[in-house]
Design a protein around this ligand. Sequence first.
Ligand SMILES: NC(=O)C1=CN([C@@H]2O[C@H](COP(=O)(O)OP(=O)(O)OC[C@H]3O[C@@H](n4cnc5c(N)ncnc54)[C@H](O)[C@@H]3O)[C@@H](O)[C@H]2O)C=CC1
Ligand SMILES: CC(C)CC(=O)C(=O)O
Length: 367
Amino acid sequence: MEIFKYMEQYDYEQLVFCQDKESGLKAIIAIHDTTLGPALGGTRMWMYESEDAAIEDALRLARGMTYKNAAAGLNLGGGKAVIIGDPRKDKNEAMFRAFGRFIQGLNGRYITAEDVGTTVADMDIIYEETDYVTGISPAFGSSGNPSPVTAYGVYRGMKAAAKEAFGSDSLEGKVIAVQGVGNVAYNLCRHLHEEGAKLIVTDINKEAVQRVVEEFGAQAVDPNDIYGVDCDIFAPCALGGIINDQTIPQLKAKVIAGAANNQLREARHGDIIHEMGIVYAPDYVINAGGVINVADELYGYNRERAMKKVEQIYNNIEKVIEIAKRDGIPTYQAADRLAEERIAKMRQSRSQFLQNGQHILSRRRTR
Ligand SMILES: NC(=O)C1=CN([C@@H]2O[C@H](COP(=O)(O)OP(=O)(O)OC[C@H]3O[C@@H](n4cnc5c(N)ncnc54)[C@H](O)[C@@H]3O)[C@@H](O)[C@H]2O)C=CC1
Ligand SMILES: CC(C)CC(=O)C(=O)O
């Protein structure tokens, strides 16, 4: 991978490699854009097939966070970290403490939180070494696990997308295919079940599937069969890149609305589903609930205030659909336009600030 070429192409600010032999830490922190403020985004722990795959994931996810934070109206830039390893076997306290020290070394340019493979307990360890971590335990006066809040935001955004596709935002009786029923999607399934939706689910983890089958009466299918099931809404809630040349021809859904980051393998796949008449709720707009929730910690966490903002994901999806219709473009482009316009506006007035975003951090609780 030609790293500088890639960074230049998408205008990345910084890529940091962190290594600690004792604990086995191999981590990459990618900072995409800090125009709006310090870069906030979670840390993913994953067994990557290669170092290039880990770098690419960190970079793609970091850029997604720039757009997510901007579109959600947060005064935060975009960044993300990945730790290379198996979250079930390779974690240890020293690893997360070492990682925390690397984050501290960035002096607030990057603030972390949970993502796939990391937990509140991991964030609590990082907090031993740095203040630049969110999603830590409620015992510290913080917001805890962001996943249920992300799920609520996805639920709200899905309703807005359903209104566009079906003329009503009610999900009662709708058949919803959910790919991946982990932390976010388990909670999403609960909301959908409570509203009377019928669930078809899949996961490579059989226990996770069993739980939603038992608790919410979901029907289970094999992972490869989820794309082609007869359904109204497809909710990708596992990993990225699953809207692609192989899966698109199988899709029967009228709406795609799920939690996964980077759902479109390439931008052109967003054009194809648009031409097919599918209402696509752009991933980084619909799944912003978690980051909205953890970002509130920077002001002294207030759940009511955070949840009010998460509710707004419904309106944000409506706004994106409106821009798409107005400008005759697919929704993924409309979302980019919304985010880019906000960043461009702030870039113009940036000369008025001395320390980019530091004002936010100075409001943070003191230990
Ligand atoms: N946790 C959060 O607050 C947020 C999560 N996201 C994104 O949402 C997605 C899900 O996140 P979490 O629920 O936290 O992760 P998770 O790891 O708890 O759940 C993901 C689930 O997907 C399953 N899975 C993986 N590959 C699969 C495949 N090929 N087919 C079927 N199932 C598969 C896993 O076994 C797991 O149960 C990720 O893309 C994450 O980046 C986005 C915003 C916030
Ligand atoms: C999980 C969140 C707290 C932040 C994040 O990394 C995301 O939204 O993808």
